[in-house]
Design a protein around this ligand. Structure first.
Ligand code: CMP
Length: 140
């Protein structure tokens, strides 16, 4: 099915000047960028976005990292977009990511791991609405 997923290019990748390289991975693999914005997250933005991880031991470091510089947030649309984006990103820990994935090629550590992507239909809808409240996520 055609799906939408929320993608974030994290502060490490923006600082490395590889926004375009990451966008090419999406575009070359059938994912269309249908909404995009660059922003510097506040602490409240980052804590709200990652609220599901609030009780995890890595939460504070994750939030600190995500507010360390600007990010680029986009909605990707395409056939099986959620899984396709996750396959393109590779494993969360870049040391475990398969060769040729975004994280294997560009990421430095489990926090500075270049990109975020929604993990399921339900979280994609919540995450898209978090950054693009005016986007009608129910339409096709
Ligand atoms: P992301 O897909 O943005 O979702 C949560 C983030 O937490 C994850 O990518 C990692 O960057 C970060 N993180 C740090 N430590 C861990 C961990 N042990 N397990 C999962 N995510 C982690």
């Amino acid at each position: 099915p055609v799906e939408r997923t929320l993608s974030i290019i994290k502060p490490d990748a923006v600082a490395k000047n590889i926004i375009g390289k990451i966008y090419s991975r999406f575009e070359d693999n059938g994912l269309k960028i249908i909404a995009a914005r660059m922003l510097h997250l506040s602490q409240a933005d980052a804590e709200g976005f990652y609220a599901v991880h609030r009780s995890r031991p890595f939460f504070n470091d994750l939030v600190k990292f995500m507010i360390s510089g600007p990010v680029v947030v986009q909605v990707l649309e395409g056939e099986d977009a959620i899984k396709k984006n996750r396959d393109l990103m590779g494993a969360t820990d870049p040391k475990k990511a398969e060769k040729g994935t975004i994280r294997a090629d560009f990421a430095d550590s489990i926090d500075a791991n270049a990109v975020h992507g929604s993990d399921a239909i339900e979280t994609a809808a919540v995450e898209i609405a978090y950054f693009f409240p005016s986007l009608n996520i129910y339409s096709r």
